[in-house]
Design a protein around this ligand. Structure first.
Ligand SMILES: Cc1ncc(COP(=O)(O)O)c(C=O)c1O
Length: 518
Protein backbone atom coordinates (compact mmCIF):
# COMPACT_ATOMS: atom_id res chain seq x y z
CA UNK A 1 0.00 0.00 0.00
CA UNK A 2 1.43 3.34 -0.95
CA UNK A 3 1.70 6.14 1.54
CA UNK A 4 0.40 8.69 -0.83
CA UNK A 5 -2.18 11.35 -0.32
CA UNK A 6 -5.50 10.84 -2.07
CA UNK A 7 -5.75 12.81 -5.27
CA UNK A 8 -2.03 12.98 -5.86
CA UNK A 9 -2.34 11.91 -9.46
CA UNK A 10 -5.29 14.23 -10.04
CA UNK A 11 -3.17 17.12 -8.94
CA UNK A 12 -0.47 16.15 -11.42
CA UNK A 13 -3.05 15.68 -14.18
CA UNK A 14 -5.15 18.78 -13.65
CA UNK A 15 -2.44 21.21 -12.63
CA UNK A 16 0.65 20.07 -14.47
CA UNK A 17 2.50 23.35 -14.06
CA UNK A 18 1.80 23.61 -10.37
CA UNK A 19 2.78 19.98 -10.01
CA UNK A 20 6.10 20.54 -11.78
CA UNK A 21 6.76 23.60 -9.68
CA UNK A 22 6.06 21.66 -6.53
CA UNK A 23 8.40 18.91 -7.69
CA UNK A 24 11.10 21.46 -8.46
CA UNK A 25 10.64 23.01 -5.05
CA UNK A 26 11.06 19.67 -3.39
CA UNK A 27 14.19 18.95 -5.38
CA UNK A 28 15.63 22.36 -4.62
CA UNK A 29 14.72 21.87 -1.00
CA UNK A 30 16.67 18.65 -0.85
CA UNK A 31 19.62 20.31 -2.50
CA UNK A 32 19.51 23.25 -0.06
CA UNK A 33 19.30 20.89 2.83
CA UNK A 34 22.45 19.05 1.78
CA UNK A 35 24.29 22.35 1.40
CA UNK A 36 23.27 23.54 4.85
CA UNK A 37 24.28 20.27 6.48
CA UNK A 38 27.60 20.62 4.68
CA UNK A 39 28.18 24.07 6.16
CA UNK A 40 27.16 22.91 9.62
CA UNK A 41 29.45 19.91 9.41
CA UNK A 42 32.34 22.16 8.42
CA UNK A 43 31.73 24.75 11.06
CA UNK A 44 30.41 22.82 13.99
CA UNK A 45 32.85 21.09 16.30
CA UNK A 46 32.09 17.52 17.23
CA UNK A 47 30.09 16.96 20.40
CA UNK A 48 33.25 15.79 22.11
CA UNK A 49 35.26 18.85 21.06
CA UNK A 50 32.43 21.16 22.07
CA UNK A 51 32.18 19.48 25.47
CA UNK A 52 35.92 19.61 25.99
CA UNK A 53 36.02 23.27 25.11
CA UNK A 54 32.78 24.27 26.79
CA UNK A 55 34.63 26.38 29.31
CA UNK A 56 36.87 28.03 26.83
CA UNK A 57 36.25 31.66 26.01
CA UNK A 58 37.42 31.05 22.49
CA UNK A 59 34.84 28.39 21.84
CA UNK A 60 32.07 30.57 23.20
CA UNK A 61 33.19 33.22 20.78
CA UNK A 62 32.93 30.72 17.95
CA UNK A 63 29.51 29.68 19.04
CA UNK A 64 28.06 33.09 18.67
CA UNK A 65 29.42 33.55 15.21
CA UNK A 66 27.34 31.05 13.33
CA UNK A 67 24.13 32.79 12.35
CA UNK A 68 21.66 32.26 9.61
CA UNK A 69 23.37 35.08 7.78
CA UNK A 70 26.81 33.44 7.96
CA UNK A 71 25.31 30.09 7.03
CA UNK A 72 23.54 31.54 4.03
CA UNK A 73 26.79 33.17 2.94
CA UNK A 74 28.80 29.96 3.29
CA UNK A 75 26.19 27.90 1.51
CA UNK A 76 25.81 30.56 -1.20
CA UNK A 77 22.06 30.60 -0.68
CA UNK A 78 19.62 33.38 -0.08
CA UNK A 79 18.95 34.41 3.50
CA UNK A 80 15.30 33.48 3.28
CA UNK A 81 16.01 30.10 1.75
CA UNK A 82 18.59 29.31 4.44
CA UNK A 83 16.12 30.43 7.08
CA UNK A 84 13.39 28.16 5.76
CA UNK A 85 15.61 25.16 5.47
CA UNK A 86 17.21 25.61 8.85
CA UNK A 87 13.76 25.84 10.31
CA UNK A 88 12.85 22.66 8.51
CA UNK A 89 15.94 20.88 9.78
CA UNK A 90 15.23 22.10 13.27
CA UNK A 91 11.68 20.92 13.09
CA UNK A 92 12.98 17.52 12.12
CA UNK A 93 15.28 17.56 15.13
CA UNK A 94 18.26 17.11 12.86
CA UNK A 95 19.55 20.44 14.00
CA UNK A 96 18.49 20.97 17.56
CA UNK A 97 21.68 21.82 19.30
CA UNK A 98 20.72 25.19 20.75
CA UNK A 99 22.88 25.53 23.83
CA UNK A 100 24.95 22.49 22.97
CA UNK A 101 26.23 23.26 19.56
CA UNK A 102 27.31 26.65 18.30
CA UNK A 103 24.11 27.67 16.58
CA UNK A 104 22.65 30.99 17.44
CA UNK A 105 19.50 31.14 15.45
CA UNK A 106 16.13 30.87 17.04
CA UNK A 107 13.60 29.95 14.49
CA UNK A 108 9.94 29.64 15.12
CA UNK A 109 6.74 29.22 13.24
CA UNK A 110 5.73 26.68 10.70
CA UNK A 111 8.44 25.58 8.33
CA UNK A 112 8.13 24.19 4.89
CA UNK A 113 6.99 20.67 4.53
CA UNK A 114 9.22 18.23 6.31
CA UNK A 115 10.87 15.28 4.62
CA UNK A 116 8.10 13.07 5.95
CA UNK A 117 5.60 14.86 3.81
CA UNK A 118 7.67 14.77 0.67
CA UNK A 119 6.46 12.07 -1.61
CA UNK A 120 9.70 10.32 -2.40
CA UNK A 121 8.59 8.49 -5.46
CA UNK A 122 11.31 5.93 -5.90
CA UNK A 123 12.50 5.64 -9.46
CA UNK A 124 14.98 2.83 -9.66
CA UNK A 125 13.35 0.59 -7.12
CA UNK A 126 9.70 1.51 -7.18
CA UNK A 127 8.62 -1.95 -8.31
CA UNK A 128 10.58 -3.68 -5.61
CA UNK A 129 9.30 -4.84 -2.27
CA UNK A 130 12.44 -3.99 -0.42
CA UNK A 131 14.96 -1.26 -0.93
CA UNK A 132 18.41 -2.88 -0.96
CA UNK A 133 20.99 -0.45 0.37
CA UNK A 134 23.70 -3.05 0.96
CA UNK A 135 27.14 -3.04 -0.71
CA UNK A 136 26.11 -5.53 -3.35
CA UNK A 137 24.05 -6.94 -4.73
CA UNK A 138 22.60 -3.54 -5.56
CA UNK A 139 19.14 -2.88 -7.04
CA UNK A 140 19.21 -3.64 -10.75
CA UNK A 141 17.38 -1.42 -13.23
CA UNK A 142 14.44 -3.07 -15.04
CA UNK A 143 16.14 -2.68 -18.45
CA UNK A 144 19.17 -4.59 -17.14
CA UNK A 145 16.99 -7.29 -15.60
CA UNK A 146 15.09 -7.59 -18.85
CA UNK A 147 18.33 -8.15 -20.77
CA UNK A 148 18.83 -11.36 -18.80
CA UNK A 149 15.71 -12.92 -20.25
CA UNK A 150 16.93 -12.79 -23.85
CA UNK A 151 17.16 -16.14 -25.67
CA UNK A 152 20.51 -17.88 -25.36
CA UNK A 153 22.99 -17.45 -28.19
CA UNK A 154 25.89 -19.51 -29.51
CA UNK A 155 28.79 -18.57 -27.27
CA UNK A 156 31.32 -19.29 -30.02
CA UNK A 157 29.45 -17.21 -32.59
CA UNK A 158 29.79 -13.65 -33.88
CA UNK A 159 26.97 -12.22 -31.76
CA UNK A 160 28.67 -13.22 -28.54
CA UNK A 161 32.04 -12.08 -29.90
CA UNK A 162 30.71 -8.60 -30.66
CA UNK A 163 29.08 -8.33 -27.26
CA UNK A 164 32.15 -9.57 -25.38
CA UNK A 165 34.40 -7.20 -27.29
CA UNK A 166 32.13 -4.26 -26.43
CA UNK A 167 32.06 -5.28 -22.76
CA UNK A 168 35.85 -5.51 -22.63
CA UNK A 169 36.41 -2.20 -24.43
CA UNK A 170 33.89 -0.33 -22.24
CA UNK A 171 35.41 -1.77 -19.08
CA UNK A 172 38.86 -0.72 -20.27
CA UNK A 173 37.53 2.82 -20.70
CA UNK A 174 36.06 2.75 -17.21
CA UNK A 175 39.31 1.34 -15.82
CA UNK A 176 41.32 3.87 -17.89
CA UNK A 177 43.68 1.07 -18.79
CA UNK A 178 45.55 -0.14 -21.84
CA UNK A 179 46.18 -3.51 -20.19
CA UNK A 180 44.43 -6.75 -21.14
CA UNK A 181 41.08 -7.27 -19.49
CA UNK A 182 38.90 -10.34 -19.04
CA UNK A 183 35.49 -11.12 -17.64
CA UNK A 184 35.17 -14.19 -15.43
CA UNK A 185 31.99 -16.13 -14.72
CA UNK A 186 32.41 -15.90 -10.98
CA UNK A 187 31.97 -13.26 -8.29
CA UNK A 188 34.67 -10.89 -7.05
CA UNK A 189 36.39 -13.53 -4.94
CA UNK A 190 36.83 -15.66 -8.07
CA UNK A 191 38.88 -12.86 -9.63
CA UNK A 192 40.85 -12.34 -6.39
CA UNK A 193 41.69 -16.03 -6.43
CA UNK A 194 42.53 -15.90 -10.14
CA UNK A 195 45.00 -13.08 -9.48
CA UNK A 196 46.75 -14.82 -6.62
CA UNK A 197 46.58 -18.31 -8.11
CA UNK A 198 48.14 -17.16 -11.37
CA UNK A 199 50.96 -15.31 -9.60
CA UNK A 200 51.82 -17.23 -6.47
CA UNK A 201 52.13 -20.92 -7.31
CA UNK A 202 55.51 -21.05 -9.00
CA UNK A 203 58.77 -22.31 -7.63
CA UNK A 204 60.69 -19.08 -8.14
CA UNK A 205 61.50 -17.36 -4.92
CA UNK A 206 58.99 -14.60 -4.40
CA UNK A 207 57.47 -12.64 -1.60
CA UNK A 208 53.78 -11.82 -1.42
CA UNK A 209 52.89 -8.86 0.81
CA UNK A 210 49.21 -8.60 1.63
CA UNK A 211 48.11 -5.29 3.13
CA UNK A 212 44.86 -5.40 5.08
CA UNK A 213 42.69 -3.18 7.24
CA UNK A 214 39.44 -5.09 6.91
CA UNK A 215 37.81 -8.34 5.92
CA UNK A 216 38.54 -8.19 2.20
CA UNK A 217 42.17 -7.17 2.58
CA UNK A 218 42.63 -10.19 4.83
CA UNK A 219 40.93 -12.39 2.24
CA UNK A 220 43.91 -11.89 -0.09
CA UNK A 221 46.14 -13.21 2.71
CA UNK A 222 43.90 -16.27 3.13
CA UNK A 223 43.92 -17.02 -0.60
CA UNK A 224 47.69 -16.55 -0.82
CA UNK A 225 48.15 -18.99 2.06
CA UNK A 226 46.26 -21.62 0.05
CA UNK A 227 48.22 -21.13 -3.17
CA UNK A 228 51.61 -20.58 -1.65
CA UNK A 229 54.39 -22.79 -2.99
CA UNK A 230 57.42 -23.67 -0.82
CA UNK A 231 59.53 -20.95 -2.40
CA UNK A 232 56.99 -18.26 -1.58
CA UNK A 233 57.20 -16.09 1.51
CA UNK A 234 54.00 -14.51 2.75
CA UNK A 235 54.06 -11.23 4.64
CA UNK A 236 50.81 -9.95 6.14
CA UNK A 237 50.86 -6.22 6.83
CA UNK A 238 47.68 -6.06 8.88
CA UNK A 239 46.09 -3.06 10.55
CA UNK A 240 43.12 -2.95 12.84
CA UNK A 241 39.84 -3.04 10.93
CA UNK A 242 38.71 0.48 10.18
CA UNK A 243 42.13 1.96 10.86
CA UNK A 244 44.07 3.56 8.04
CA UNK A 245 46.98 1.97 6.22
CA UNK A 246 50.31 3.36 7.37
CA UNK A 247 52.62 3.76 4.41
CA UNK A 248 55.70 3.39 6.60
CA UNK A 249 54.78 -0.21 7.42
CA UNK A 250 54.25 -1.02 3.75
CA UNK A 251 57.57 0.59 2.89
CA UNK A 252 59.31 -1.38 5.59
CA UNK A 253 57.85 -4.69 4.36
CA UNK A 254 58.99 -3.92 0.82
CA UNK A 255 62.45 -2.88 1.94
CA UNK A 256 62.88 -5.98 4.08
CA UNK A 257 61.92 -8.18 1.18
CA UNK A 258 64.41 -6.38 -1.09
CA UNK A 259 67.26 -7.32 1.17
CA UNK A 260 66.30 -11.00 1.00
CA UNK A 261 67.09 -13.20 -2.01
CA UNK A 262 63.56 -13.17 -3.42
CA UNK A 263 63.41 -12.68 -7.13
CA UNK A 264 60.00 -11.06 -7.40
CA UNK A 265 57.45 -9.35 -5.23
CA UNK A 266 53.69 -9.01 -5.13
CA UNK A 267 51.72 -6.45 -3.15
CA UNK A 268 47.96 -6.80 -2.66
CA UNK A 269 45.52 -4.25 -1.29
CA UNK A 270 41.82 -3.44 -1.32
CA UNK A 271 41.11 0.03 -2.70
CA UNK A 272 37.67 0.51 -1.17
CA UNK A 273 37.50 -1.66 1.97
CA UNK A 274 33.78 -2.40 1.98
CA UNK A 275 33.80 -3.99 5.42
CA UNK A 276 34.81 -0.73 7.09
CA UNK A 277 33.91 2.03 4.61
CA UNK A 278 37.44 3.29 4.13
CA UNK A 279 39.17 4.32 0.91
CA UNK A 280 42.78 3.13 0.93
CA UNK A 281 45.76 4.93 -0.64
CA UNK A 282 46.02 3.18 -4.01
CA UNK A 283 48.21 5.84 -5.59
CA UNK A 284 50.75 5.90 -2.78
CA UNK A 285 50.96 2.13 -2.42
CA UNK A 286 51.13 1.85 -6.22
CA UNK A 287 54.15 4.16 -6.19
CA UNK A 288 55.86 2.13 -3.49
CA UNK A 289 55.18 -1.10 -5.37
CA UNK A 290 56.59 0.34 -8.57
CA UNK A 291 59.68 1.59 -6.79
CA UNK A 292 60.35 -1.97 -5.59
CA UNK A 293 59.42 -3.53 -8.90
CA UNK A 294 56.55 -5.42 -7.25
CA UNK A 295 53.40 -6.55 -9.05
CA UNK A 296 50.54 -4.57 -7.51
CA UNK A 297 47.19 -6.38 -7.22
CA UNK A 298 44.37 -3.99 -6.40
CA UNK A 299 40.86 -5.08 -5.42
CA UNK A 300 38.66 -2.30 -6.81
CA UNK A 301 35.58 -4.47 -6.48
CA UNK A 302 33.52 -1.71 -4.87
CA UNK A 303 35.21 1.35 -6.35
CA UNK A 304 35.44 0.86 -10.11
CA UNK A 305 32.28 2.20 -11.74
CA UNK A 306 31.50 4.50 -8.81
CA UNK A 307 34.70 6.30 -7.97
CA UNK A 308 37.77 7.59 -9.76
CA UNK A 309 40.04 4.61 -10.38
CA UNK A 310 42.54 5.35 -13.17
CA UNK A 311 44.10 1.90 -13.10
CA UNK A 312 47.21 2.59 -15.20
CA UNK A 313 47.93 5.87 -13.46
CA UNK A 314 47.66 4.10 -10.10
CA UNK A 315 50.11 1.48 -11.30
CA UNK A 316 47.76 -1.41 -10.60
CA UNK A 317 49.06 -4.47 -12.46
CA UNK A 318 45.94 -6.47 -11.73
CA UNK A 319 42.74 -4.54 -10.96
CA UNK A 320 39.51 -6.32 -10.10
CA UNK A 321 35.86 -5.26 -10.24
CA UNK A 322 32.66 -7.10 -9.30
CA UNK A 323 29.49 -6.90 -11.38
CA UNK A 324 27.02 -6.45 -8.51
CA UNK A 325 28.50 -3.30 -7.03
CA UNK A 326 29.03 0.10 -8.66
CA UNK A 327 28.51 -1.27 -12.17
CA UNK A 328 24.86 -1.88 -11.24
CA UNK A 329 24.67 -5.37 -12.79
CA UNK A 330 23.51 -8.59 -11.11
CA UNK A 331 25.99 -10.69 -9.11
CA UNK A 332 27.99 -13.48 -10.69
CA UNK A 333 30.62 -11.84 -12.87
CA UNK A 334 33.94 -10.17 -12.19
CA UNK A 335 36.57 -8.60 -14.39
CA UNK A 336 40.28 -8.17 -14.04
CA UNK A 337 42.97 -6.33 -15.97
CA UNK A 338 46.49 -7.70 -16.38
CA UNK A 339 49.61 -5.63 -17.11
CA UNK A 340 52.77 -6.67 -18.96
CA UNK A 341 54.62 -6.82 -15.67
CA UNK A 342 52.03 -9.23 -14.24
CA UNK A 343 52.15 -11.39 -17.40
CA UNK A 344 55.89 -11.88 -16.94
CA UNK A 345 55.29 -13.39 -13.55
CA UNK A 346 52.22 -15.38 -14.64
CA UNK A 347 54.11 -16.99 -17.52
CA UNK A 348 56.74 -18.29 -15.15
CA UNK A 349 54.10 -20.01 -13.06
CA UNK A 350 53.66 -23.62 -14.14
CA UNK A 351 50.98 -24.26 -11.55
CA UNK A 352 48.29 -21.85 -12.60
CA UNK A 353 44.70 -22.77 -11.68
CA UNK A 354 42.70 -24.57 -14.37
CA UNK A 355 39.39 -22.68 -14.55
CA UNK A 356 40.91 -19.26 -14.07
CA UNK A 357 44.16 -19.77 -15.97
CA UNK A 358 44.64 -16.26 -17.28
CA UNK A 359 46.76 -17.41 -20.20
CA UNK A 360 43.79 -19.44 -21.41
CA UNK A 361 41.63 -16.30 -21.06
CA UNK A 362 44.14 -14.31 -23.10
CA UNK A 363 44.20 -16.90 -25.91
CA UNK A 364 40.40 -17.05 -26.01
CA UNK A 365 40.04 -13.28 -26.05
CA UNK A 366 41.94 -13.22 -29.34
CA UNK A 367 38.90 -15.10 -30.73
CA UNK A 368 36.52 -12.84 -28.75
CA UNK A 369 35.57 -15.78 -26.58
CA UNK A 370 35.98 -17.06 -23.05
CA UNK A 371 37.75 -20.40 -22.51
CA UNK A 372 34.71 -22.06 -20.92
CA UNK A 373 30.98 -21.47 -21.31
CA UNK A 374 30.24 -17.91 -20.17
CA UNK A 375 27.25 -17.20 -17.88
CA UNK A 376 25.32 -15.77 -20.84
CA UNK A 377 22.37 -14.11 -19.06
CA UNK A 378 24.83 -12.29 -16.81
CA UNK A 379 26.88 -11.18 -19.79
CA UNK A 380 23.69 -9.79 -21.40
CA UNK A 381 22.97 -7.93 -18.18
CA UNK A 382 26.51 -6.59 -17.82
CA UNK A 383 26.41 -5.43 -21.44
CA UNK A 384 23.23 -3.45 -20.71
CA UNK A 385 24.60 -2.14 -17.40
CA UNK A 386 27.62 -0.79 -19.26
CA UNK A 387 25.32 0.89 -21.79
CA UNK A 388 23.65 2.64 -18.83
CA UNK A 389 27.08 3.78 -17.63
CA UNK A 390 28.01 5.11 -21.07
CA UNK A 391 24.73 7.04 -21.21
CA UNK A 392 25.31 8.59 -17.81
CA UNK A 393 29.02 9.25 -18.42
CA UNK A 394 31.68 8.25 -15.92
CA UNK A 395 32.29 11.78 -14.67
CA UNK A 396 28.61 12.20 -13.82
CA UNK A 397 28.48 8.78 -12.30
CA UNK A 398 31.41 9.48 -10.01
CA UNK A 399 29.88 12.82 -9.03
CA UNK A 400 26.60 11.09 -8.24
CA UNK A 401 28.26 8.41 -6.13
CA UNK A 402 30.29 10.98 -4.23
CA UNK A 403 27.27 13.21 -3.68
CA UNK A 404 25.13 10.34 -2.41
CA UNK A 405 27.79 9.09 0.00
CA UNK A 406 28.24 12.62 1.28
CA UNK A 407 24.49 13.00 1.79
CA UNK A 408 24.55 9.86 3.91
CA UNK A 409 27.55 11.04 5.93
CA UNK A 410 25.98 14.46 6.52
CA UNK A 411 22.65 13.02 7.51
CA UNK A 412 23.97 10.40 9.94
CA UNK A 413 26.42 12.74 11.63
CA UNK A 414 23.66 15.36 11.73
CA UNK A 415 21.57 12.84 13.65
CA UNK A 416 24.38 12.38 16.16
CA UNK A 417 25.78 9.07 14.85
CA UNK A 418 29.49 8.50 14.32
CA UNK A 419 31.29 7.31 11.21
CA UNK A 420 33.35 4.18 11.83
CA UNK A 421 36.60 4.63 9.88
CA UNK A 422 39.59 6.38 11.37
CA UNK A 423 41.42 8.34 8.73
CA UNK A 424 44.97 9.51 8.19
CA UNK A 425 46.33 11.89 5.57
CA UNK A 426 46.35 9.25 2.83
CA UNK A 427 42.95 7.67 3.44
CA UNK A 428 39.40 8.87 3.05
CA UNK A 429 35.80 7.91 3.63
CA UNK A 430 34.50 5.55 0.99
CA UNK A 431 32.41 7.16 -1.72
CA UNK A 432 30.32 4.05 -2.19
CA UNK A 433 29.61 2.65 1.27
CA UNK A 434 29.28 4.39 4.61
CA UNK A 435 30.12 2.49 7.79
CA UNK A 436 28.46 3.88 10.91
CA UNK A 437 28.89 2.96 14.55
CA UNK A 438 25.85 1.50 16.27
CA UNK A 439 25.61 3.58 19.43
CA UNK A 440 25.03 0.53 21.61
CA UNK A 441 27.88 1.48 23.91
CA UNK A 442 25.48 3.80 25.76
CA UNK A 443 22.77 1.17 25.81
CA UNK A 444 20.99 3.23 23.23
CA UNK A 445 20.08 0.90 20.44
CA UNK A 446 21.07 -2.56 19.29
CA UNK A 447 21.88 -3.86 15.84
CA UNK A 448 18.59 -5.73 15.76
CA UNK A 449 16.59 -2.69 16.84
CA UNK A 450 18.32 -0.56 14.26
CA UNK A 451 18.59 -2.79 11.21
CA UNK A 452 15.51 -4.80 12.19
CA UNK A 453 13.52 -1.58 12.51
CA UNK A 454 14.67 -0.47 9.10
CA UNK A 455 13.99 -3.88 7.60
CA UNK A 456 10.41 -3.77 8.92
CA UNK A 457 10.05 -0.52 7.07
CA UNK A 458 11.32 -2.10 3.86
CA UNK A 459 14.89 -0.79 3.82
CA UNK A 460 17.75 -3.26 4.04
CA UNK A 461 21.11 -1.98 5.17
CA UNK A 462 24.16 -4.12 5.90
CA UNK A 463 25.51 -5.02 9.30
CA UNK A 464 29.11 -5.36 10.40
CA UNK A 465 30.99 -8.41 9.16
CA UNK A 466 33.03 -10.81 11.28
CA UNK A 467 34.32 -9.10 14.37
CA UNK A 468 32.35 -5.94 13.57
CA UNK A 469 28.99 -7.71 13.82
CA UNK A 470 26.76 -5.67 16.12
CA UNK A 471 29.27 -2.83 16.18
CA UNK A 472 28.53 -1.07 12.93
CA UNK A 473 25.99 -0.89 10.13
CA UNK A 474 26.67 0.06 6.55
CA UNK A 475 24.66 2.03 4.01
CA UNK A 476 25.76 1.50 0.43
CA UNK A 477 25.27 4.10 -2.26
CA UNK A 478 26.37 2.08 -5.28
CA UNK A 479 25.16 1.48 -8.78
CA UNK A 480 22.16 3.22 -10.28
CA UNK A 481 20.32 4.38 -7.20
CA UNK A 482 19.28 8.01 -6.96
CA UNK A 483 18.95 10.63 -4.26
CA UNK A 484 15.42 9.41 -3.67
CA UNK A 485 16.49 5.96 -2.50
CA UNK A 486 19.10 7.58 -0.29
CA UNK A 487 16.65 10.03 1.24
CA UNK A 488 14.15 7.25 1.80
CA UNK A 489 16.86 5.34 3.68
CA UNK A 490 17.69 8.39 5.79
CA UNK A 491 14.03 8.99 6.50
CA UNK A 492 13.56 5.41 7.68
CA UNK A 493 16.76 5.50 9.75
CA UNK A 494 15.52 8.66 11.42
CA UNK A 495 12.18 7.04 12.24
CA UNK A 496 13.98 4.10 13.83
CA UNK A 497 16.29 6.36 15.84
CA UNK A 498 13.27 8.29 17.07
CA UNK A 499 11.36 5.14 17.88
CA UNK A 500 14.29 4.01 20.02
CA UNK A 501 14.66 7.45 21.55
CA UNK A 502 18.16 7.97 20.24
CA UNK A 503 16.94 11.23 18.81
CA UNK A 504 13.98 13.18 20.02
CA UNK A 505 10.60 12.97 18.36
CA UNK A 506 7.89 10.48 17.79
CA UNK A 507 8.85 7.30 15.96
CA UNK A 508 6.21 6.53 13.40
CA UNK A 509 4.01 3.55 14.13
CA UNK A 510 4.10 0.80 11.60
CA UNK A 511 1.09 -0.53 9.85
CA UNK A 512 1.03 -3.75 7.91
CA UNK A 513 2.55 -3.26 4.46
CA UNK A 514 2.98 0.41 5.12
CA UNK A 515 6.49 0.67 3.86
CA UNK A 516 6.47 -1.59 0.87
CA UNK A 517 7.45 0.30 -2.19
CA UNK A 518 5.29 -1.57 -4.64
C1 LIG B 1 36.18 -5.06 -1.46
C2 LIG B 1 35.59 -6.40 -1.74
N1 LIG B 1 36.39 -7.39 -2.13
C3 LIG B 1 35.91 -8.61 -2.38
C4 LIG B 1 34.57 -8.90 -2.24
C5 LIG B 1 34.07 -10.26 -2.52
O1 LIG B 1 33.29 -10.24 -3.67
P1 LIG B 1 32.20 -11.37 -3.96
O2 LIG B 1 31.29 -11.41 -2.81
O3 LIG B 1 31.57 -10.84 -5.22
O4 LIG B 1 32.92 -12.63 -4.18
C6 LIG B 1 33.70 -7.90 -1.84
C7 LIG B 1 32.28 -8.18 -1.64
O5 LIG B 1 31.57 -7.46 -0.97
C8 LIG B 1 34.22 -6.62 -1.59
O6 LIG B 1 33.42 -5.63 -1.21
Amino acid sequence: MKRRKEGYFDFEHHHPNAYLERKRNVEQGLHARTKILEVLAMTAPTEAAAAAASNSEEMREDRTELTIKTISESAAMSYSSSFHHLRLLEAEKIVKREGKRPYKWMVTGKGQRSLDEVDLELEVTKMEKELLMIPGPVPVLPRIRKAMSKPMIFHRGDEFGAMYEEIVETLKDIYQTKNDLFVLSGSGTCAMEAAIGNLVGNETKLVCITIANGKFGERFGEIAAKYKADAVTLVNVNFEWGHPIELEAVKEALENSSSSDHKSKIVTMVHNETSTGILNPAKEVGELARKHDAVFVLDCITSIGGDKVPVDELGADIAIVGSQKCLGAPPGLSALSVSKHAWEMIRENERRPYYTDLIAYKKSLEKKQTPYTPALPLFFALHEALAVIREEGMENRIERHRGLAKTVRDAVTGMGLRLFPKLNEVSDYSNTVTAIEIPAANGNITDEQLRGGMRKRGVIVAGGQGKLKGEIFRIATMGNITEKEVLKTIQVLREVLMENEFIEGEGEGLEEGDHNFD
